[in-house]
Design a protein around this ligand. Structure first.
Ligand code: IMP
Ligand code: MG
Length: 180
């Protein structure tokens, strides 16, 4: 774990401009599928910046989704997965018979999104799709692929644009990798 005061070097992987352009295209792809009765569910915390930008891009693409939040934990104060997912804060809305798009920052082992999909499926969602900022080129612990993906990304630990290491770097407007 880095010393809070030690400044780590961060190398940009995806710049703010690249992300903005890609999200416009991604929102267009989502809108082209003409989702009905759409509920967008950002999986917190890591997806909050991505979700906020994507939602505004969806608005620009003429969609009118409802939004609710699900807070799950899988990584805590660590760069490696604990392997177990739990609900820290549940949805307020009923997902029964709805088309849900789950938004997450990173698809890594797949456990987080697989857990969220199973949860909403058990609650009777009509259709569940997933949309991730980064699809990591990493071995999956469970078999799951994202329906929508902004970028595929090397198997390195990334921060920024909502993503953290030990609660730091979420404020960065770009996606970067930590250089030790
Ligand atoms: P998975 O359950 O292994 O697919 O992990 C997905 C979750 O782990 C994501 O929702 C992220 O919050 C977190 N995560 C995975 N890789 C990274 C990373 O490189 N940086 C920050 N968070 C990550
Ligand atoms: Mg996350």
């Amino acid at each position: 774990m880095p010393d809070r005061n030690a400044e780590l070097r961060i190398e940009t992987i995806y710049s703010a401009d690249q992300i903005r352009a890609r999200l416009e295209t991604l929102a267009g792809e989502i809108a082209a599928a003409k989702p009905q009765n759409l509920l967008v569910v950002p999986v917190l915390k890591g997806s909050f910046v991505f979700a906020a930008d994507l939602l505004r891009a969806l608005h620009a693409a003429n969609l009118t989704p409802e939004v609710d939040f699900l807070t799950l934990s899988s990584y805590r104060k660590s760069r490696t997965s604990l392997g177990q997912v739990s609900i820290l804060r549940d949805l307020d809305l009923d997902v029964q018979n709805r088309h849900v798009i789950l938004i997450d920052d990173v698809l890594d082992s797949g456990r987080t999104l697989a857990f969220a999909k199973d949860l909403l499926s058990a609650r009777g969602a009509a259709r569940i799709e997933t949309c991730v900022l980064l699809d990591k080129n990493a071995p999956r612990a469970v078999s799951i692929e994202a329906d929508y993906c902004a970028f595929t990304c090397p198997n390195v630990f990334v921060v920024g644009y909502g993503m953290d290491v030990a609660h730091r770097y979420r404020e960065l407007p770009f996606v970067g990798r930590l250089v030790d």
